[in-house]
Write a protein that binds this ligand. Structure first.
Ligand SMILES: Cc1cc2nc3c(=O)[nH]c(=O)nc-3n(C[C@H](O)[C@H](O)[C@H](O)COP(=O)(O)O)c2cc1C
Length: 250
């Protein structure tokens, strides 16, 4: 699998040791793998030997009611010995029984300080922190302490936030780009994918429905982009409809 991913041009291969879903547990992957650090290490070693791109691991700070820092420290130590240099840490436990995956992203408390301890104890490894991060100040604070920040839901629900990141966090010159330009480029992309693979534009549009989050008329704009009756139209025509004054006013 790692070789396939590398062959498709991916920059890294990431092993998921964080997903708590029951289906995933039945397949013996995801967060339940944190209980078997040596098995994860063996998998990582096999993948590191097979590919030239980095092999990384995403994991939780613990499973079930295990609150001890030693659990995640030993997991990271064992997996690092097998050749993993980058860890993306969702900074809450995964409760493997009794919570849905959605609840498992909200109920177990966030404990960022454990990720900071990992960085302190393994300074040569790279740690990215994940979980509940949704504003510039938190990103700044965490980037001072760690190597990276991973944003999940907020990037999806409010992707316009990403537009400032290179300027805010990496010192790039401000870019003069608008949401409409991004939407238009997404239309180009939808048209290309339709021509190349027959992909319906709705498969792509559904992932940009947060683009106008917080703006007046955002709901109607989303409704137009979600309207499957328009599937015969070209993406740019859908965009024009979504921006019609009538749609914006209603
Ligand atoms: C719909 C959905 C699907 C997800 N699928 C994966 C996945 O396949 N692999 C993974 O490592 N994390 C997955 N996650 C978890 C996120 O990567 C992230 O760890 C989690 O949402 C917490 O970060 P956040 O608070 O920034 O959203 C998923 C999250 C959501 C909302």
């Amino acid at each position: 699998c790692a070789k396939l991913g590398e062959g498709w041009g991916y920059d890294e291969i990431n092993l998921n040791c964080g997903c708590p879903s029951e289906r995933v547990q039945r397949g013996a992957f995801g967060a339940c793998l944190m209980a078997e650090p040596q098995l994860v290490a063996d998998c990582v070693k096999a993948m590191v030997d097979a590919v030239d791109v980095p092999v990384t691991v995403k994991h939780r700070i613990g499973i079930d009611k295990t609150e001890s820092y030693g659990f995640v420290r030993d997991f990271v130590g064992t997996v690092a010995e097998a050749g993993c240099r980058t860890f993306i840490v969702h900074a809450r436990n995964a409760w493997l029984k009794g919570l849905s995956p959605k609840q498992n992203r909200e109920v177990p408390p966030l404990r960022y300080e454990l990720v900071h301890r990992l960085k302190h104890d393994f300074p040569a490894l790279r740690f990215s922190i994940n979980g509940g991060i949704a504003d510039d100040d938190t990103v700044h604070t965490q980037l001072r302490l760690l190597d990276g920040v991973m944003i999940g839901r907020e990037a999806y629900h409010n992707p316009w936030w990403l537009a400032d990141w290179d300027t805010s966090f990496f010192g790039d010159a401000p870019r003069d780009i608008t949401r409409e330009e991004i939407e238009s480029r997404m239309c180009d992309y939808m048209a290309r994918e339709a021509a190349a693979h027959g992909t319906p534009w709705s498969n792509i549009a559904r992932h940009m429905l947060g683009l106008r989050n917080g703006l007046p008329g955002a709901r109607r704009w989303r409704q137009v982009w979600s309207d499957h009756k328009l599937k015969g139209l070209a993406p740019h025509a859908v965009m024009a409809l979504a921006h019609e004054p009538a749609a914006q006013d209603a």
